[in-house]
Write a protein that binds this ligand. Structure first.
Ligand SMILES: Nc1ncnc2c1ncn2[C@@H]1O[C@H](COP(=O)(O)OP(=O)(O)OP(=O)(O)O)[C@@H](O)[C@H]1O
Ligand SMILES: O=P(O)(O)OC[C@H]1O[C@H](OP(=O)(O)OP(=O)(O)O)[C@H](O)[C@@H]1O
Length: 214
């Protein structure tokens, strides 16, 4: 039996059609059912549906053999015990720094800046690489509020259309990382279940190539 950990929320809406394209169908509707474990029409494949941030952990410890998760979540986890198999090309966005629209960009350049983000590791790595002294404040959501109420000078958050930034009078500044959804595997499962995983990856690849390039 292969267990695939799927991220709930917006990634799930795009993952279900992708799985269906390669002939894997959940037997219960994940958008209606309160179940956490879902049998599929393929005898030796089942899915668990969990928070995106938990997917790398389930896969790292072998509670799931495969996982579907955003690159943002993978960067925060660190990737220990995991192999990244495929760029699924869905849930594409960018991890960016953003600042209030009217801020004078040069006014604080000599100071230690305060940055609010859910993406602590990615932010730390980014500011270090730029030689910028930054105090990172961990938040769990609504990062856009932080500069508006004086909690932070800037934020690091996901940007897709830019409408959330615009609605809060913020502008995107620098790219931290390009983000899309990845298929990951437990390192041991990859050895033990090699043939089954390889077959699934081969089936998914043609469907993901066009998505990755678009
Ligand atoms: N605006 C967006 N455009 C495209 N992809 C996005 C966007 N926002 C989030 N994502 C992707 O979807 C993933 C899950 O986002 P979602 O908002 O559903 O969950 P979350 O509430 O942030 O996660 P969690 O429940 O784990 O805290 C993110 O990790 C990212 O990879
Ligand atoms: O550039 P945009 O198209 O506006 O997308 C960006 C927004 O999408 C994500 O939030 P999400 O909608 O997932 O809400 P959440 O972070 O509160 O879960 C992200 O955290 C941004 O706020």
């Amino acid at each position: 039996m292969i267990t695939i950990a799927l991220s709930k929320g917006r990634i799930l809406k795009q993952t279900i059609p992708l799985l269906e394209q390669v002939g894997i169908q959940l037997l219960d509707d994940p958008f209606v059912s309160r179940k956490l474990i879902f049998a599929t029409n393929v005898d030796d494949i089942q899915c668990v549906i969990i928070r995106a941030t938990d997917v790398p952990t389930y896969v790292q410890f072998g509670a799931a053999d495969l996982g579907v998760v955003g690159k943002d979540g993978l960067l925060e986890h660190g990737g220990e015990g995991l192999a990244e198999l495929l760029d699924l090309g869905i849930a594409k966005c960018r991890l960016m720094t953003a600042v209030p629209a009217e801020r004078d960009f040069n006014s604080r350049s000599d100071k230690r800046i305060r940055v609010a983000t859910k993406y602590v590791k990615s932010a730390q790595r980014y500011y270090q690489s730029k030689g910028i002294q930054a105090e990172i404040i961990k938040l769990y959501g609504a990062m856009e509020l932080a500069p508006l109420v004086g909690l932070a000078d800037e934020i690091v958050d996901l940007v897709e259309t830019g409408s959330t930034l615009k609605a809060n009078n913020l502008v995107a500044k620098d790219l931290v990382a390009n983000i899309s959804c990845r298929l990951i595997a437990n390192a041991a499962s990859l050895r033990v279940q090699h043939d089954t995983i390889r077959t699934l990856v081969d089936k998914l690849t043609p469907h993901t190539l066009s998505l990755s390039n678009s």
